[in-house]
Design a protein around this ligand. Sequence first.
Ligand code: ADP
Length: 272
Amino acid sequence: MLIRPSCWLAFATNGNFRKYSIVKMTSNWMTEKIKISSLSIEDKRKTYRSNEYVILDKVDPWHKYVAGSKDIENKKHTQEDLTEFRKIKLNEEKNAELAEKVSIFRGDITKLEIDAIVNAANSRLKAGGGVDGAIHRAAGPLLQAECNSIGGCPTGEARITSGYDLPAKHVIHTVGPQDGSAQKLRSCYESCFALVKEHQIKSVAFPCISTGIYGFPNRLAAHIALQTTRQFLEQNTDVGRVIFCTFMQVDVDIYETLLQVYFPVHEWNYND
Ligand code: ADP
C-alpha cells in the first residue's frame, strides 16, 4: 500500500515530531520515487491528488488542432515575427512529421498524464507562486523533499525529479531569467531538452517560462520556445510529443499565430 504524502504533511506540522518527520521525508521521497516508477498505470492513477487528468491522446497534435479551428488562419504573424523566425533555418522536409509532434494545450499543466512537465521554478527550488505553486500542490510534499536534496538550480539550467502525486511521471525544474535575458531563456529550453534526451522522455509539456511573475515579454518568449523546440525535434526523432501549455488567452493567441510559422501544416514557406 502507498503511504499518502499527506500523512507526512500531518507529521511535519506537529511540533513534537518535526525533526523525526524531516528525516523520514528525506528517505521517504527515495522510497516513494522507486515505488511509483514500478506501478501499473491503473495503480498510479489511484495516487493522483485530482481525479481530473488528461491523457496524451486527448491533446490534439498541431495539424489536427489547425484542421478543427475555424479562425486560426486569421491569426496573422507580423513582419517582426518573420525577422525573429528567420534567425533559424528549417529543414522543411520535416514539416509534416513535426506538425504531428507539437501541440497547444490550454489549461492547467498539472493535469497532463505524460512523461514530464516543466516547472518554471525559482533558483532555490522552493515552492513559490504561479505554475510552480500549482505543481507543488498537485505533486505533494515529497516533491519539495526531493528538491531540497538537490539544493538549488542556477538561472538557465534545469533539474529533474519524480512527479509523485502528479499524473506526470517527472518534473523538470528550470529557472527562467528575471532580467529579460533572451540567452538565459533559450538556455532554459535547451537544458530541459538535454534532460528529455538523457532520460528518454517521450512526451513533455512546457509552461510559458518567465512570462508570469518574472515579466519576460510573452511574444519573444514564445519565439524562443518554438525555435529551440524546432531545432531539437529536427535532430532528435525519439521524442514523440512537445506540448506548449498556454494558461492565459494572450499566450493562446501568440502560440496559435507563431506555430503556423514554425510548424507550417500547409505549403507555405516563411523561411525565404
Ligand atoms: P515565472 O516566475 O517563470 O514568470 P509564473 O508561474 O509566474 O512563472 O508564470 C509562468 C506562466 O505559467 C504564466 O504564463 C502563467 O500564466 C502560467 N501558469 C500559471 N499557473 C499555471 C498552471 N497551473 N498551468 C500552466 N501554466 C500556468
